[in-house]
Design a protein around this ligand. Structure first.
Ligand SMILES: Cc1cc2nc3c(=O)[nH]c(=O)nc-3n(C[C@H](O)[C@H](O)[C@H](O)COP(=O)(O)O)c2cc1C
Length: 353
């Protein structure tokens, strides 16, 4: 139904407008009490799906990736779709509009998206207000820096976000890998990255001790465009700074093996979806193998089917996340065994088989 009826209609319209429309629709459906009715359809309650990763118990390993609910407005509602965790953000200290529109493009022939949103968000303090309500799902807080903040002062921005979100999120993600904030990826270099993570971890321990609570897990989100030498540096940095793990990967600036053509390919920004799948899996495998599984990895990039999800887990991911696959495939990820099992199947259904 989603792929044959709903998606073709949605794809007639501008992608960013569809995103806002979907949020409004989910909010209305939730207000009139219908969202609870769909919860049993999408949620798979099964002990075999449970995972304990970086000290947190996840009810299943499938999360919604950052950038979908940037301002933490719909995390509870989105949890009804079966996600074990929802990552909000990327949030910056000050609100910012992001890049001029149009900045989100569908590459239908490739089941992909190019985006150059540029951390459009209402700012971390607005998100904190939204996070003050009860949480029905585990929440990751993905943090970044404002565009106007020079890299030399980036630490201050990450600290402001870390401090503001500390009481409201279950884990943190340090995003230094978006291709859409000029210069941001330079923070992935060994020197600045080690300093940034070391300072955050020091603050983490200090805040935890002052509040008499546990420190929050800190993960680093990396680009798929790093070289093997840079990935080896990442392994060293994780060990040295004692952060909790890595999210691999963000979107890519590569434009390889694409079927789409014309002006679309010339759009600047990060590419996500199917063409990213193999590279992100390769990065996960490299990190897992070369670190001897020293730290947990959240695998993200091009998961459009249960097979893709299993591939990421086999490569060494402990948890996975989706973004573009959610748009292209909906939530069912195929309807095999329709005769014997008329209920549509989610990724989690396949993971317990
Ligand atoms: C429109 C859009 C906006 C995104 N915004 C963010 C963001 O703000 N922060 C972030 O860490 N990743 C962001 N991402 C990257 C995703 O979280 C994910 O890492 C990437 O899209 C690869 O996964 P996918 O192929 O399943 O989409 C964004 C992706 C898209 C498509």
């Amino acid at each position: 139904m989603y792929k044959s009826v709903i998606r073709p209609i949605l794809f007639l319209f501008d992608p960013e407008k569809v995103h806002h429309f979907s949020f409004t629709l989910i909010r209305i459906v939730s207000k009139i009490g219908l969202l609870g009715l769909i919860r049993p359809i999408f949620n798979v309650e099964d002990k075999r799906l449970e995972r304990e990763v970086f000290g947190i118990k996840f009810k299943n390993p499938v999360g919604l990736a950052a950038g979908f609910d940037k301002n933490a407005v719909l995390y509870n509602e989105l949890s009804n779709f079966g996600f074990g965790f929802v990552e909000i953000g990327t949030l910056t200290p000050k609100p910012q509009d992001g890049n001029p529109k149009k900045r989100l493009f569908r590459l239908k022939a490739d089941s992909a998206i190019i985006n150059r949103m540029g951390f459009n968000n209402l700012g971390v303090f607005e998100a904190v207000e939204k996070l003050k309500k009860e949480h029905k799902v585990l929440i990751g807080g993905n943090i970044g820096k404002n565009k106007i903040t020079p890299n030399e002062e980036a630490l201050k921005d990450y600290m402001i976000c870390f401090d503001a979100l500390f009481d409201y999120v279950d884990y943190f993600v340090v995003n230094v890998s978006s291709p859409n904030t000029p210069g941001l990826r330079e923070l992935q270099d060994k020197g600045p990255l080690t300093r940034l993570l070391r300072e955050l971890e020091t603050t983490n321990k200090k805040m935890a001790s002052e509040k008499s609570v546990k420190r929050k897990p800190i993960l680093l989100k990396i680009a798929p465009d790093l070289t093997n030498d840079q990935l080896l540096d990442i392994i060293d940095i994780v060990a040295e700074t004692k952060i909790d793990g890595v999210i691999a990967t963000n979107t890519t600036i590569e434009r390889k093996n694409l079927k789409s053509h014309g002006l679309l390919l010339e759009e600047a920004g990060g590419l996500s979806g199917k063409p990213l799948k193999d590279r992100s899996t390769e990065v996960i495998r490299f990190l897992s193998d070369h670190s001897n599984k020293a730290f947990p990895i959240i695998g993200v990039g091009g998961i459009h089917s249960p097979k893709d999800a299993l591939e990421k887990l086999d490569a060494g991911a402990d948890l996975i996340q989706l973004w573009t696959g959610f748009i292209y495939e909906g939530l069912y990820f195929g309807q095999e065994n329709k005769q014997s099992n008329p209920r549509p199947k989610s990724v989690n259904d396949y993971l317990v088989q």
